[in-house]
Design a protein around this ligand. Sequence first.
Ligand code: BG6
Length: 298
Amino acid sequence: MSSAPAALPPLPASVKIGVGGGGLTVARVTGRAGSAEVYLRGAHVTSWNPSGNAPVLWMSAESRFTPGSPLRGGVPICFPWFGANSADPSAPSHGFARLADWELSAAREEGDDVVVEFRLTDSDATRNSAWPHRFEAVYSVTVGARLGLALSVTNNDTRDFSYEEALHTYLAIGDIRSIMLTGLEGAPFVDRLAGHDPQPAESQPVRFEAETDRIYLDTTAAITVGGAESRGITVTKAGSDSTVVWNPWIDKAAGMSDFGDSEWTQMVCVETCNIRSNAINLEPGETHTMSVWYDATE
Ligand code: BG6
């Protein structure tokens, strides 16, 4: 699903194009309030550091940077489906967007922030995929003391279509066994490890004692990651009605070739989504935007 590199827009001095892992093209953003790297493959944010602070996003040291493989860590974009494709089991997990080459379409400074925009449209490959619709996706990445991500999808087709989406963010934490997530109390969830039936909501913050793979539906709540040995990270979202929480724990991590055996302690995925019954339906000409902001405190 690669194409010839698109021409670059005018770039401010805070945005440089370089060569990253596997020879892939990466936009390196060095703003006054924060820095970040975004690979054009997948419009994949692989790092964000608010100035003077430690990296907030986690990347696996074992991540592959090869064609056909998504990067492991940072913020994969899952679109236009989440997980396996129900109509085509051979279609890539989490959709084609994280494997596609996005165009860097705009970059500008806004006060202390730097905003970089990426664009993906349908191609012969996507029109021949399990999701054959005409669309435009614009992804805006705001790098500063906060990290802001906004994914806008427009229906350029002549009929309505539905899609799922997730900003599958890997957050760097002290130790998964000592953190807790607040904000999901009272929200029923589907435990992907236990089947499809909704589980009763919990009244306490989420703590981790084993592999965890949960889909919370119908929730717009902000989530705070905290704990004795972890700094605080707050995830605040808009245009998103689902949240996925994931940690592979020991056995699943060991079974993934692009995930270090002991790395599971250092990450948690808090994913801003519209999936399952919260999938988005767009009429021709309509646009939907899902956005999320990350704030970190030491
Ligand atoms: C999560 C899913 O969002 O992504 C998990 O809920 C899945 O079931 C995980 O294992 C990682 O997926 P992938 O395709 O990046 O290995």
